[in-house]
Design a protein around this ligand. Structure first.
Ligand SMILES: CC(C)(COP(=O)(O)OP(=O)(O)OC[C@H]1O[C@@H](n2cnc3c(N)ncnc32)[C@H](O)[C@@H]1OP(=O)(O)O)[C@@H](O)C(=O)NCCC(=O)NCCS
Length: 128
């Protein structure tokens, strides 16, 4: 599974690929990972807050609702475990991801200037 995640991550983030060890370390640090053949989501629940660490869908499987479905599964799981809010950060110029998050109920709550190699990070949250 970790090798599959590495391959999928490279397809989704060709300029910043993670390796299998990165996913293993995330699991060890308490993150949850949901993955299928074409998509993955990494999130963390701590007390009453949840955070989306990353998510991606293979280019040839996009616009089929996979990311929205994975977000809902993560949100439901976090809610069951006591989280009241879910947070994430997204690059200001990542229009597809920002559209996905807005459609999934997230709203902008702040900006971290020049967070990603000179690109602002938009901080978003939604109630669970
Ligand atoms: C962002 C990403 C995860 C979306 O995955 P997806 O499975 O294609 O998304 P969905 O099909 O679930 O889309 C749900 C909604 O998000 C919005 N959306 C998704 N991709 C979009 C795009 N390219 N342009 C505009 N809106 C988009 C739409 O509102 C869409 O609903 P619709 O198809 O009914 O119009 C995918 O493009 C991806 O892996 N990108 C590279 C990795 C990345 O940037 N991850 C996010 C890091 S924060």
């Amino acid at each position: 599974m970790l090798q599959q995640l590495e391959n999928l991550h490279r397809e989704c983030f060709p300029h910043k690929p993670w390796c299998a060890t990165d996913f293993a370390d995330l699991k060890k640090s308490g993150c949850d990972i949901i993955a299928s053949q074409n998509g993955f989501i990494v999130y963390r629940v701590v007390a009453d807050e949840a955070e989306i660490i990353t998510l991606g869908v293979a280019p040839n499987a996009r616009r089929g609702g996979i990311a929205a479905a994975m977000l809902e599964i993560a949100a439901e799981d976090a809610k069951k475990r006591g989280a009241k809010k879910m947070f994430l950060e997204v690059a200001e110029d990542n229009a597809p991801a920002r559209a996905l998050y807005e459609q999934s109920g997230f709203a902008n709550i702040g900006v971290r200037p020049k967070y990603y190699d000179g690109i602002d990070a938009v901080m978003m949250s939604r109630n669970l």
